[in-house]
Write a protein that binds this ligand. Structure first.
Ligand SMILES: [Zn+2]
Length: 59
């Protein structure tokens, strides 16, 4: 299931009650993406031991 080309994070968008994916930015400092429904942008920092979980909630 690992994608060696581009890492992504599964995420749950509470705003629209949908699951989606967000992808690493160029610098690999964060996962960035948008809610597929309302296009709200989201950013999840990578590192600091905070991204062990594969799923995050966006609200
Ligand atoms: Zn939304």
């Amino acid at each position: 299931m690992e994608n060696e080309k581009k890492k992504f994070l599964g995420i749950y968008f509470e705003c629209c009650n949908v699951y989606g994916r967000i992808y690493e930015n160029k610098d690999k400092t964060a996962y960035v993406g948008r809610c597929p429904k309302c296009l709200r942008s989201i950013k999840v920092k990578i590192g600091e031991g905070g991204t062990n979980s594969r799923f995050f909630k966006a609200c």
